[in-house]
Design a protein around this ligand. Structure first.
Ligand SMILES: [Mg+2]
Length: 303
């Protein structure tokens, strides 16, 4: 895509580019919304020419509501462009102070509609007290925890839902795998996968992933003539490491920030940071940790 951007506000080689998972590091997994101080730091970084790119499993509608609208309301200057890669790379768009540009969808990466319709019906009939069908997804099928259900109750019910959803894939003649911890390229016998997270189950093409999102992020910046000197990727799940993996193996300088290291920090050929590296205790996780890193980059790069 082409974005008409004044060179003055977007240096061709910024010191950093930020590739951010949203649920966890930016949006609270409890309330699902974004703290005003995080929005303010995102606006300051983006308007100083630090590329801010979201790489999320969420829909474009979620990003427009929870991130784009608050950033515009906080006073994003004209000429600043923010990219959002949604649905793990299947959908993407860019926005400026006047709102969202065109929404791009890779329809080849979509789950067959008949399957999605059956999942919607199954949720309504059997799971509506614990979860809801995300009507805003364009390529994935996502079923999310109701906010009034405890995490414990949800996670127990999610196991039943996942088994039913997997069986339904087979009935639709779709080859699928239940992926607990997806490693890119590890499950290529299947065409679709179930990816349960702590607040949802995503059913998606196996070609989707945070690695696909990372490759799109590099392309979107290249289209603007921007080659960052280094990248920071931020996530709260094992699958988020695929962003840094992809960047590292494609010769970009990257550090990954894990805002929920309780799952264990894997050994990787690049640096991995947690809130402890900023001097915080292990209780600083999720958007508290994500916010602390955004603040540290804002202080270092913008003031
Ligand atoms: Mg997340």
């Amino acid at each position: 895509m082409t974005v008409d951007t004044p060179a003055a506000t977007h240096p061709a080689a910024p010191a950093l580019a930020l590739l951010l998972d949203v649920d966890g590091p930016v949006a609270s997994p409890v309330t699902r919304d974004v703290k005003p101080e995080i929005i303010a730091d995102l606006v300051k970084l983006a308007s100083a020419g630090i590329p801010v790119i979201f790489n999320t499993g969420r829909s474009d509608a979620f990003i427009r509501e929870q991130v784009m609208a608050p950033m515009i309301a906080a006073g994003m200057p004209a000429g600043t462009v923010v990219h959002a890669i949604c649905e793990k790379g299947a959908v993407w768009f860019s926005y400026t102070s006047v709102g969202a540009g065109p929404i791009h969808v890779d329809h080849e990466l979509a789950v067959p509609k008949a399957y999605g319709d059956d999942i919607r019906r199954m949720v309504a009939e059997d799971y509506a007290t614990h979860m809801f069908f995300d009507e805003t997804k364009r390529a994935m099928v996502s079923v999310e925890q109701q906010l009034d259900v405890t995490s414990e109750d949800y996670l127990a019910e999610q196991k039943l839902f996942d088994a039913d959803a997997l069986e339904l894939l087979a009935r639709h003649g779709l080859a699928a795998a239940l992926v607990d911890r997806h490693e890119p390229g590890s499950d290529d016998a299947a065409d679709y996968r179930l990816d349960p997270t702590i607040i949802s189950t995503d059913i998606e093409s196996i070609r989707l992933g945070k690695d696909l999102g990372a490759s799109r992020a590099v392309e979107l910046l290249a289209a603007q003539g921007i080659t960052p000197k280094a990248w920071r990727t931020v996530g709260d799940s094992r699958t988020d490491y695929a962003m840094a993996d992809w960047l590292h193996y494609n010769d970009h300088v990257v550090q990954h920030i894990d805002v929920r290291p309780a799952d264990g920090v894997p050994t990787k050929p690049y640096d991995i940071l947690t809130a402890a590296d900023l001097g915080f205790g292990e209780e600083t996780i999720h958007d508290d940790a994500g916010g602390a890193f955004l603040r540290s980059w804002r202080e270092a790069l913008v003031g």
